[in-house]
Ligand binder design. Structure first.
Ligand code: ZN
Ligand code: ZN
Length: 404
């Protein structure tokens, strides 16, 4: 009992010192500038987080062995870490694995404890040890640590994978096959106007997708989109062009099916929202954009409406589309040069407001700019001297107000 008491006292004292250190470092970060601030950020990891992770790993290893976590009713150490240390399952598993491997890798453990080695580098070494055995890693440990010193975790991962392959070609193949088996891709149901995607690809699939997306990723002049938004646009564009078939004079094949009433199309206040097949409801402005170029959408209603929509003159006849493409050549929004295959045929006087499907009333607009005109209230005009002018909306809706 006296021993436990003494240990408890020592822990309380250590905790107070740690808190004082954290407090002092927080104050430094708050007040420091320039080079000193950079140094402070480095020190937080080198003198704080990484050595503490090393101590954490040591503690986890001893706790693992003692089985003490069962006293709290947890069924496994990982479950206990998730519960008591607020870690995700993946983070808990990684730390337990590191804790188990570090014991057998004394040089790595020492470098970790004195801040020379970051947590992610240690995770890479621990994983290599898990795959090919700690004994094999120990033989090459000094070289691996030297590589870790100068490389970021991603580069170092490549070095570690090469090492694994050298040591155990069959094991490396089996591991690659295991990784491949974990691939999946999931498209969620629409919720509040958004569809969540998640998944993992094997390295080859990832590289293929990255290369395909990069063709659509280039920012345009004054591009306000974030990197993430450009990636999202590129993915959709890739799908659109991939499933659009060959581009002939008639343009791409419709890919969206929308159910909408005539009132919605006409933009009459109080009209119901449109309904996108497989995509939930969409606002009237969006339905009107879809209606602008029949090539991208098929609109269906009921009875009379159906008849009207089928026979409406919104369809761009092939010669008109070819003439439009020859005249505009790319998106006409000032400053934009996105090529034909990004573009819809936009009606300057909207088709839903009686605008004619004839060259003087048409313009090629890339999807993002087409959206700005219909859904964000921008105004596009063709001047007498055949230039294009875009005016921002009078009541501009800030992009971040939508989720507010
Ligand atoms: Zn339009
Ligand atoms: Zn554009």
């Amino acid at each position: 009992m006296a021993v436990a008491e003494a240990q408890r006292k020592r822990l309380d004292a250590a905790r107070r010192m740690l808190e004082a250190g954290v407090h002092a470092m927080s104050a430094c970060v708050r007040d420091a500038d320039g080079e000193t601030l950079g140094e402070a950020i480095i020190q937080i990891r080198e003198a704080g987080i990484d050595p503490l992770e090393a101590a954490f790993a040591h503690g986890v290893r001893r706790f693992d062995r003692s089985g003490e976590y069962r006293a709290d009713g947890a069924l496994s150490l990982i479950a206990w870490l998730r519960w008591k240390c607020k870690l995700s399952g993946g983070a808990a598993m990684e730390r337990v694995e590191i804790a188990r491997q570090l014991e057998k890798l004394p040089q790595t453990q020492a470098a970790f404890a004195n801040g020379e080695l970051g947590f992610q580098h240690v995770a890479v070494i621990a994983r290599a040890a898990e795959h090919v055995g700690a004994a094999a890693v120990r033989k090459d440990e000094a070289n691996l640590l030297k590589a870790a010193e100068t490389m970021d975790p991603g580069q170092f991962m490549t070095v570690a994978k090469n090492f694994e392959h050298r040591v155990d070609a069959a094991g490396a193949l089996a591991e690659a096959n295991r990784a491949y088996d974990r691939r999946y891709f999931h498209i969620g149901e629409p919720q509040d106007g958004l569809v969540r995607l998640d998944g993992v690809l094997d390295a080859e699939g990832g590289a293929t997708l990255r290369t395909a997306l990069s063709a659509f990723m280039k920012p345009v002049k004054d591009d306000a989109r974030s990197y993430g938004q450009r990636s999202a646009d590129a993915l959709v564009e890739l799908a659109r062009q991939g499933s659009g078939g060959k581009r002939d004079g008639a343009g791409p094949r419709p890919q969206l099916i929308i159910r909408a009433s005539l009132d919605t199309l006409a933009g009459i206040p109080g009209a119901p929202a449109g309904e996108l097949e497989g995509g939930g409801t969409v606002p009237a402005e969006t339905v009107q954009r879809y209606a602008c170029d029949s090539a991208i959408s098929r609109i269906i209603g009921q009875g009379e409406l159906e008849h009207e929509l089928q026979h409406a003159s919104r369809t761009l006849p092939a010669p008109t589309r070819r003439a439009l493409e020859a005249r505009d050549r790319h998106c006409v929004f000032p400053g934009c040069t996105r090529p034909l295959n990004w573009c819809d045929g936009h009606h300057l006087v909207w088709w839903t407001r009686g605008g004619a499907t004839a060259l003087p009333n048409l313009a090629l607009l890339c999807r993002p700019h087409h959206r700005m005109v219909h859904e964000e209230g921008w105004n596009l005009e063709r001047t007498k001297d055949a230039h294009w002018k875009a005016r921002p909306p009078v009541h501009r809706v800030p992009a971040n107000a939508r989720s507010a």
